[in-house]
Design a protein around this ligand. Structure first.
Ligand code: ARG
Length: 411
């Protein structure tokens, strides 16, 4: 008998991917290898996964702790770039997908699988991000996306399929929306959140308190950066994963980092999402503040444009591309002076900067002071204004001339 073809499935242990295990066996007669990436979704989602996967019909499961790689090689470079999608979204789901896709490919190669599969739906961004990673890293792997193929249309259909195929149904209470959680953020969308006129329920949030319930006392926190990479909190050096976790706790207890937005998806439709990114919001805030302090004007302004492009590229799943690598070259160069410490005060959902320190700052007190100084000659400003404003002067002269001749000829 010939050995069965193998498929590696990106498996979360939830209802959808449990159903997918059985469906892949029935429909394609594959041997199913499960791969779960630990991206910081929390122990409750990881506990008992191995047993669950095997009971559902997988032959084996790989549980891959990719948190450190995620923060060090994906999230921190994103922070350095300043990327924020459509002015609000800190890209927590989008940034994790390429790495999960990469690990999926690596496991497929390791076990000699011909195929990979994922549980992302046909309307979302995540299918694109997973599949772009697979195509970029191993274009010879076949890709199966059951949601685009099978006849199941809804969670209810999934539930019925599970019941009729003897699939253990996850015991966790069903939530009326879709959740994606990792070390950087939680996203909520779908279900009752699809009504953009409606506020989410107060008890939906998990990483942050309601700003109204946050302490009545300010808390000060400092973040230190080394070439644009966050490395210490309140003077204490921390490893990347620890650092993000620590800042999630601090910012979360002050209700920092909640976003409610309507965003443009890659496939064209608008969707409403809610995000909690407490630590990330603080890190992005401090990083920008430190760039204001250390980067020269033209580099900073140019970089703002790059940040828009970089955000789009992450959102679109274009991580493993020549453009991203090229932009990284630019971004890394700009980060050389971005070393220093930013102090912030947190209060009921707000962040205010309360102090800045950097050996690389371009802020020169003598330059802006109203006191007498030897570097800057105020008289020079006149020549600057005359020359820089020359086009305005010329345009103004033409206008005056035209108006005069119109007056003279009466038309
Ligand atoms: N809309 C966000 C994005 O595209 C969040 C997606 C959340 N994904 C999920 N499977 N729940 O990045």
């Amino acid at each position: 008998m010939m050995a069965k073809e193998k498929v590696v499935l990106a498996y979360s242990g939830g209802l959808d991917t449990s159903v997918i295990v059985k469906w892949l066996q029935n429909k394609y007669d594959y041997e199913i290898v499960a791969m779960t990436a630990n991206v910081g979704q929390g122990n409750s989602e990881l506990e008992g996964l191995e047993e669950k996967a095997i009971r559902t019909g997988a032959s084996q499961i790989f549980i891959e702790d990719i948190r450190e790689e995620l923060v060090r090689d994906y999230i921190f470079p994103m922070v350095q770039s300043g990327a924020v999608y459509e002015g609000k979204y800190l890209l927590g789901t989008a940034i994790a997908r390429p790495l999960i896709g990469k690990r999926l490919v690596e496991i497929a190669e390791k076990v000699g699988a011909t195929t990979v599969a994922h549980g992302a739906t046909g309307k979302g961004n995540d299918q694109v991000r997973f599949e772009f990673a697979v195509k970029a890293l191993n274009p010879y792997l076949k890709i199966i996306a059951p949601w685009r193929e099978w006849e199941l249309q809804s969670r209810t259909d999934c539930m019925n399929y599970a019941l009729s195929h003897d699939i253990p149904i996850p015991v966790t209470a069903e939530k009326p929306y879709s959740i994606d959680r990792n070390i950087w953020h939680i996203s909520f969308e779908g279900g009752i959140l699809e009504d953009p006129a409606r506020e989410p329920d107060k008890d939906m949030f998990r990483l942050s308190v309601d700003p109204l319930d946050a302490p009545d006392k300010m808390e000060e926190v400092t973040i230190s950066f080394e070439k644009g990479i966050p490395c210490a909190v309140n003077g204490q050096n921390l490893e990347p994963v620890q650092l993000v976790e620590e800042l999630n706790a601090i910012a979360g207890r002050h209700g920092v980092g909640r976003v409610d937005m309507v965003e443009n998806r890659l496939l064209g439709m608008k969707s409403r999402g809610i995000y909690e990114t407490p630590g990330g919001t603080l890190i992005a805030f401090a990083h920008r503040e430190l760039e204001h302090f250390t980067l020269d004007r033209e580099t900073y302004h140019y970089k703002e444009g790059i940040a828009l492009k970089y955000a789009e590229l992450i959102y679109y799943g274009l991580w493993f591309t020549p453009l991203r690598e090229a932009l990284d070259g630019f971004i890394q160069k700009t980060q050389e002076p971005v070393t220093g410490t930013i102090a912030m005060k947190l209060y009921k959902g707000n962040i205010n900067v309360s102090g800045r320190e950097s050996a690389h700052t371009l802020y020169h007190h003598g330059m802006v002071t109203f006191e007498q100084d030897e570097l800057f000659e105020q008289k020079d400003a006149q020549g600057f204004i005359n020359l820089y404003g020359l086009p305005l002067t010329i345009k103004g002269m033409m206008k005056v001339k035209k108006d005069k001749s119109r007056e003279a000829t009466g038309n």
